[in-house]
Design a binder for this molecule. Structure first.
Ligand SMILES: NC(=O)C1=CN([C@@H]2O[C@H](COP(=O)(O)OP(=O)(O)OC[C@H]3O[C@@H](n4cnc5c(N)ncnc54)[C@H](O)[C@@H]3O)[C@@H](O)[C@H]2O)C=CC1
Ligand SMILES: CC(=O)C(C)=O
Length: 259
């Protein structure tokens, strides 16, 4: 609770972790702009939120394009009146040995996972500065941004970059009452990990499903993470109880990586 009357934007919220975050922030009392590059996913989640009695708009857009992101933020401000919480959740994974990664692999990955996070922050901060009442920037990093995974090297690099952006932005934006933090999930049971398992199992010479089991087997709390586990922590980052926290990239992973 504690974010009644606030407006949150959540990217990549048409499924998975982003969907859970959008629903949780709505349950906490926020009105929500639901972004996804897949319009039908964004609209379905916006509809779920409206059914819970909150205002919601679907804002389908590719957040790796800067002009598109600024256009999306203008629409959110028009439709919902303001922006208080920006959750840059959209991201993609990529499984490949670093020796084989090409520029065609790197460009979309960095454009979404790094540039997209920066553009959403820029557009949200411009709106927050107009409002003059601070705000919360919340970015999706990963345990892979604290300790890189083999075969996820390029992806890990993007998440290290998110942690760097989070730290620098926290220093730059504190003067405006804007906090900047990241959440760092572990092994979350979403479509993303299904795709990771498929390719990673191949590289590791394992049967389908075995790569997920291998990593999940190392989780001290003994189960794969759920999107709702992540959303519960993002709820804290979005609310007033985290007002004195900034520049942090906090692991929420069942104890797999300890920092
Ligand atoms: N699943 C996991 O185990 C972990 C995920 N994460 C991070 O959490 C975030 C969410 O992950 P998941 O929900 O698992 O992923 P997912 O692949 O299930 O969902 C990602 C969503 O982002 C959307 N999307 C993709 N490209 C987009 C674009 N250009 N613009 C707007 N939306 C776009 C997709 O359509 C999809 O709905 C990502 O940043 C991911 O790197 C971090 C640690 C672990
Ligand atoms: C997808 C991801 O970030 C991990 C650590 O699995």
């Amino acid at each position: 609770m504690g974010i009644q009357g606030k407006v949150a934007v959540v990217t990549g919220a048409g499924r998975g972790i982003g969907r859970a975050i959008a629903l949780r922030l709505a349950d906490d009392g926020a009105d929500v702009a639901v972004n996804d590059v897949r319009a039908e996913g964004a609209e379905a989640v916006a509809e779920e939120i409206r059914a819970r009695g909150r205002r919601a708009v679907a804002v389908p857009a590719d957040v790796s394009d800067r002009d598109t992101v600024f256009g999306m933020m203008a629409k959110v401000a028009d439709d919902l009146g303001r922006v208080d919480v920006m959750v840059s959740n959209a991201g993609m994974a990529q499984i490949k040995p670093l020796t084989e990664v090409t520029s065609q692999d790197l460009e979309p990955l960095f454009r979404l996972n790094v540039f997209g996070v920066l553009y959403c922050m820029q557009a949200a901060v411009a709106q927050m500065q107009k409002q003059g009442s601070g705000g919360k920037i919340i970015n999706a990093a990963s345990i892979a941004g604290h300790s890189a995974f083999d075969y996820l090297g390029a992806y890990s690099a993007t998440k290290f970059a998110v942690i760097g952006i989070t730290q620098a932005a926290a220093k730059e934006l504190a003067q405006f009452g804007i906090t900047v933090n990241s959440y760092c999930p572990g092994i979350v049971g979403t479509d993303m990990w299904e795709a990771i398992d498929q390719k990673l199992s191949g590289y590791l010479g394992l049967e389908q499903g075995e790569a997920l089991k291998k990593y999940a087997g190392g989780i001290p709390l003994g189960r794969v993470e759920t999107p709702e586990d992540v959303a519960a922590f993002v709820s804290y980052l979005a609310g007033p109880d985290s007002d004195y926290m900034t520049g942090q990239s906090v692991v929420i992973d069942g104890g797999l990586v300890m920092r």
